[in-house]
Design a protein around this ligand. Structure first.
Ligand code: ACO
Length: 330
């Protein structure tokens, strides 16, 4: 049998918690304002997981939705990859928790930790397994509950984050004009402290002192992250178009990591992307890290802005530091 050459997206699904936290809600307990948050970030509200929801439970719902969209069952899947920086536990992997919840018995499952670039990293890794003929169908899930790692006394970071999950089912195809056409991955560990959670790992195990110092929450150097995100988003847009010999006219939709609407718009303007070709939904979900791209893809499809045959450019950047891009034809 000829080997599949491309990994095509045959199913897409998402899940968000019901609870909405608006900017006005923050005004009640933080020295901030709806005006400040909206102007600086474009965020108006975000979804927040309940006590009994976790990264794994949200990811499982997104995965089930993607499987239903592909008209497949968990038994049809040969590999599960989960992108997250907010795992259910340090061990086992959240991928194993989701595998169990799905009933995908014996299916290999592992996590990828590339923060906001996680979905594109996972897509690229899944693509390699398919392109080499190792597996025919791979489930990629990006899921986060950043609210559980956010310090709600730190106005510089907590207002940015929201919870959610998205998933895609990839299947090998011999159609070389479809699927994951290109991906590029990068990292620069020199910027590890731009966004990090200082304690709870082996460098600084959990103790009463680390908890007292609020070191299990996300610490962020906002200005530095802003500059990094602007630079890398522009670089990724240029790289993906150049390597695939595409122009702005060839791209139906740029689906960027939802980092900050100012960053997204300024990078898109540099390449003369019309506004309608750049999908932004940070206003209703905030920054959901790895989940933001598949969540945006789901909404773009629901609104009829992308569909079969659409060429998408995915661009992401996040803690690590990491950055990654991909060209996908649906
Ligand atoms: N409400 C009101 N004032 C605030 C808030 C807030 N929520 N947060 C910070 N401020 C204040 C600061 O204290 C500061 O006050 P000062 O001048 O009196 O000292 C002032 O606003 C300006 O602070 P800056 O940090 O310089 O504000 P900036 O314009 O850079 O905006 C922001 C901050 C929104 C965090 C921006 O830097 C940003 O979007 N950075 C990207 C960070 C990000 O998205 N990280 C996500 C995780 S990583 C990723 O997804 C890539």
């Amino acid at each position: 049998m000829p080997r599949p050459l491309r990994a095509a997206i045959i199913g897409l699904g998402a899940a968000v918690p019901e609870k909405v936290l608006t900017n006005a809600d923050f005004e009640k307990f933080l020295d901030t304002s709806d005006e400040w948050i909206t102007q600086r970030t474009g965020i108006r509200e975000r979804r927040i997981a309940s006590e009994d929801q976790s990264t794994g439970t949200l990811g499982t719902i997104a995965a089930k939705n993607a499987l239903a969209d592909a008209k497949l069952t968990p038994q049809d899947i040969e590999l599960i990859i989960v992108a997250t920086v907010t795992p259910d536990m340090t061990m086992p992997s959240t991928a194993c928790c989701i595998q169990n919840d799905l009933g995908a018995k014996d299916v290999p499952a592992f996590d990828i930790g590339a923060a906001c670039s996680g979905f594109v990293y996972a897509l690229s890794v899944a693509g390699k397994f398919i392109e080499t003929g190792t597996y025919k169908r791979v489930l990629v899930i990006a899921t986060e509950t950043l609210s559980k790692f956010s310090d709600y006394t730190d106005r510089g970071s907590c207002v940015l984050f929201g919870d959610g999950a998205g998933a895609v089912v990839l299947e090998g195809t011999e159609d070389t004009d479809r699927g994951l056409l290109y991906s590029v991955l990068h990292a620069d560990g020199n910027g590890w402290d731009f966004i990090h959670v200082p304690a709870g790992g082996s460098r600084s195990p959990a103790s009463l002192e680390t908890v007292g110092n609020r070191e299990h929450y996300i610490k962020m150097r906002g200005r530095d992250v802003y500059k990094f995100a602007v630079e890398k988003m522009q670089w990724l847009l240029g790289d993906c178009m150049e390597k695939c010999s595409l122009t702005v006219d060839d791209i139906d939709m740029v689906v960027p990591h939802q980092v900050n609407s100012r960053i997204i718009q300024s990078a898109a303007r540099k390449f003369n992307f019309p506004q309608e070709k750049v999908f932004v939904n940070i206003d209703i979900y905030g920054n959901t890290s790895a989940a933001s791209i598949p969540l945006a893809m789901q909404q773009a499809r629901d609104e009829g802005r992308i569909g079969p045959g659409s060429t998408l450019m995915l661009v992401a950047f996040g803690a690590g530091l990491t950055w990654a891009g991909a060209i996908v034809k649906l």
